[in-house]
Design a binder for this molecule. Structure first.
Ligand SMILES: *Cc1c(COP(=O)(O)O)cnc(C)c1O
Length: 395
């Protein structure tokens, strides 16, 4: 019998992963993604989710999702350009535009999808994309789908960005500068005011992927553009509905013209079914909640500050984070992995992040503090960090 379907060519690759020590199984969550979870059968404190505001299992979002299912069903039944554009999809975009204080919003099925669809739609041959070297994988993939030329600038290095602009501006029709709003591995914020100034000086377009900034930075989570007061000066502001907003989806806030174009040329809009009603219902409710009160983002920042200060006082190196993303930098890769493993054994789940995701020698665990954590849970987590830190001679 032929063994052609055994995919031996992949088996060898998988063995390679095992040899390098980077092979892993997917952790299994039993129940909702909350501050405390049942992971692989054991109850642990969760410091690894992007559920910044605790919305993923919030009663008001669940109720809104259920009501949307009752009225609209479980699926939208088509792509938006055919017959999958329900009135709630339109309502979701209107309320998001109002929240973001921008002219228009186009929603995609995920943040990944949004970058993949938008970047290729707004650029073409004869254009140049300039990307921060630490930008997210979905930006890299979106850029690969574009026919424009591409280049990178050193992470948040404005001299390098200006050098690239100076050397290239005259050779291209449009130049698009792309940056993450908040960088997910260190929690640092893009130097957006400087980027915008350079873009204006060199007549370039700007594109901010605010996946970790939406629901986190700015007034009640309006994002990095709002945080810096740059409304009207950033051309494309991308947010995700999968992290702080608690559901799934991604969007681009831009001018009406931009939205009109994406309506016709954003390939995921044309060739992939629109978001299901449950997600849309939950998203509308989440945005309403953020417009009603800043209590969710206030609690998030309060918790983040509390946790960061306590770890810092113990002597951990929490890097140069400016957001609730709290890296605890260990250095050695194997030691960082061991640290994460020991924390989990003692009931705290924090994922280790090592080379090649971060530079060699900066292995770390990355703590994601949320509004959903109680001070008691954070205290317990800090005590566990202290215990394991001493045990491993990190402290
Ligand atoms: C998570 C993330 C995305 C992807 O968003 P999803 O909605 O999860 O697909 C895109 N860009 C950045 C910077 C991210 O951190």
């Amino acid at each position: 019998m032929s063994n052609v379907h055994e995919l031996n060519f992949l088996k060898d690759e998988i063995q390679g992963l095992k040899d390098q020590g980077v092979y892993r199984k997917l952790p299994v969550l039993e129940g909702a993604n909350e501050a405390e979870i049942i992971l692989n059968g054991k109850k642990v404190i969760n410091l690894s989710s992007n559920n910044y505001l605790g919305f993923a299992n919030h009663p008001r979002l669940k109720k809104a999702a259920i009501e949307a299912v009752e009225k609209y069903g479980v699926g939208s039944g088509a792509v938006r350009t055919i017959v999958g554009n329900m009135d709630i999809h339109e309502k979701m975009e209107e309320i998001l535009a109002e929240f973001k204080r921008e002219e228009a919003v186009m929603v995609f099925q995920s943040g990944f999808n949004c970058n993949a669809g938008t970047i290729q739609a707004i650029t073409k041959k004869g254009d140049l994309i300039i990307s921060d070297e630490l930008n997210h994988a979905s930006i890299i993939d979106g850029t690969r789908l574009s026919k424009a030329d591409r280049t990178i600038f050193k992470h948040s290095n404005m001299e390098d960005l200006e050098r690239v602009l100076k050397e290239n501006r005259d050779k291209y029709r449009n130049v698009l500068i792309i940056t993450d709003g908040v960088f997910s591995m260190d929690g640092d914020i893009a130097k957006l005011p400087e980027i915008v100034e350079l873009a204006e000086k060199y007549d370039a377009l700007t594109y901010v992927d605010d996946a970790h900034g939406s629901g986190v930075l700015g007034e009640s989570g309006r994002g990095t553009v709002d945080h810096f007061g740059l409304h009207g000066r950033v051309d494309f502001s991308i947010g995700t509905l999968s992290k702080a907003i608690g559901a799934i989806g991604g969007y681009v806030a831009c001018s009406k013209v931009g939205q009109e174009w994406l309506n016709h040329r954003g390939r995921p809009i044309l060739f992939s079914t629109s978001l299901p009603p449950a997600a849309v219902g939950a998203i509308i409710e989440a945005v309403k909640m953020l417009m009603e009160t800043t209590e969710f983002t206030d609690r998030l920042w309060d918790n983040a500050k509390y946790f960061k200060e306590k770890l810092g006082k113990l002597g951990f190196n929490t890097g140069h984070s400016e957001t609730p993303i709290t890296p605890v930098i260990i250095g050695d890769e194997a030691k960082a992995m061991e640290f994460s493993k020991k924390l989990l054994e003692k009931g705290v789940f924090v994922s280790a992040i090592v080379f090649p995701t971060v530079p060699k020698g900066t292995g770390r665990v990355r703590c994601m503090v949320t509004a959903g954590h109680t001070k008691e849970q954070l205290d317990r987590a800090v005590a566990t960090f202290e215990e394991v830190g001493k045990e491993m001679n990190i402290l």
